[in-house]
Design a protein around this ligand. Structure first.
Ligand code: GH3
Ligand code: MG
Ligand code: MG
Length: 331
């Protein structure tokens, strides 16, 4: 802690006397003869203790107290007011202006020294407190930054865990979570939903013919084609190599089949551009609606899968509905 004490008095004789007492008490003495200079010294030197005379021309001791208390550039000062008054009313006025203590004139050296010790003690506690407060603010700021980074890392992690790297679609694990959620809504509120199972046709041969990189491009683009044809509330997922699943919320099999047919036709019409060639791919789809007889999500997945295999069996590139119609139904 710095040991500076600023003494403020317009009377040079008192200033000299005070300076000698304060110096003898072991402090570094700063001096001012008016309130304006005193403020400048406080701002420049930050003495923890100020002893000021009450009666001074221009800015008196009370005004100086108020200024120091309200000035945002002044962190902390322990203020001792010098006064010839010893009446309770005047002293109360000094405390209200912001003084911490007072000394009555004529000044007793031993009393001044004792009060300076108290002032020093309080100033040290105050400095300690403000250092701890600054440290807490610094730690809080650090924690806020860390929390922000953690939230961003969590978001990234959640994305990695839930999405398929190649297509950016939801992956199998997340598809199963979403399906479970739809199942829960159906159980609780009786909300209908349907699933569309999709599998690219002859994709092994496609890879063998054009290469794996061309196959990857098709998978990525096919995902976009699917997404371009479903409703906003539908969820498109990649659940296996060239297998996809679309979850259609609040939709029965007939409506889902219309959506599936749009997807099928869009893939058939799409030109996959690869090394200057326009490649064609088709997809087989199977539609199943969640029904009362189904006991778990596995049942609807199996039903959609069966329908999709019915499409394969029927020559591929078509959309049968699971068990709602005869084996193959072109929509
Ligand atoms: P079907 O019409 O009966 O579905 O025939 P298919 O050839 O599509 O089916 P099959 O299950 O025999 O082969 C699937 C192929 O999908 C084999 C595999 O090389 C390819 N495949 C799976 N995952 C990927 C992938 O991430 N990238 C690429 N390029 N190909 C993949
Ligand atoms: Mg397959
Ligand atoms: Mg296939």
């Amino acid at each position: 802690m710095n040991h500076k004490v600023l003494i403020v008095d317009d009377d040079p004789a008192i200033l000299r006397l005070l300076a000698s007492y304060v110096d003898a008490a072991g402090f570094d003495v700063l001096q001012a003869t008016n309130g304006r200079d005193a403020l400048h010294i406080v701002l420049a030197e930050a003495p923890p203790i100020v002893i000021t005379d009450w009666m001074m021309p221009e800015t008196d001791g009370l005004q100086l107290c108020r200024t120091l208390r309200h000035h945002e550039g002044v962190r902390f000062v322990y203020l001792i007011m010098l006064t010839v008054y010893n009446e309770a009313e005047r002293i109360t006025e000094a405390f209200e202006a912001g003084a911490d203590d007072f000394l009555t004139k004529p000044i007793q050296r031993s009393e001044l020294s004792a009060r300076l010790r108290v002032a020093e003690h309080i100033a040290r506690l105050e400095e300690d407190l403000s250092r701890r407060t600054r440290e807490i603010h610094r730690l809080n700021a650090e924690m806020a930054v860390t929390a922000e980074k953690l939230a961003a890392a969590n978001d990234k992690l959640r994305q990695l865990v839930t999405t398929d790297e190649l297509t950016g679609l939801l992956n199998r694990r997340e598809a199963m979570n979403r399906l479970q959620q739809l199942w829960g809504l159906r159980d609780r509120y009786g909300h209908d939903f349907s699933c569309i199972m999709l599998d690219l046709d002859g994709f092994k041969r496609f890879n063998d013919t054009y290469g794996h990189a061309a196959g990857d491009l098709v998978l990525r683009e096919a995902g976009k084609v699917f997404q371009g044809k479903v409703r906003q509330s539908d969820v498109v997922c990649r659940i296996g190599g060239e297998e996809f699943l679309i979850l259609c919320q609040a939709v029965g099999a007939a409506e889902a089949a219309v959506c599936a047919e749009h997807v099928r036709a869009a893939v058939e019409a799409h030109d996959f551009q690869w090394e200057g060639q326009r490649l064609k791919v088709t997809v087989s789809l199977g539609v199943a609606q969640c029904s009362r007889e189904m006991k778990s999500t596995d049942d609807i997945l199996r039903a959609a899968d069966r329908a999709m295999y019915a499409s394969k069996a029927a020559g591929r590139n078509c959309v049968p509905i699971a068990e709602a119609r005869p084996a193959v139904a072109q929509v």
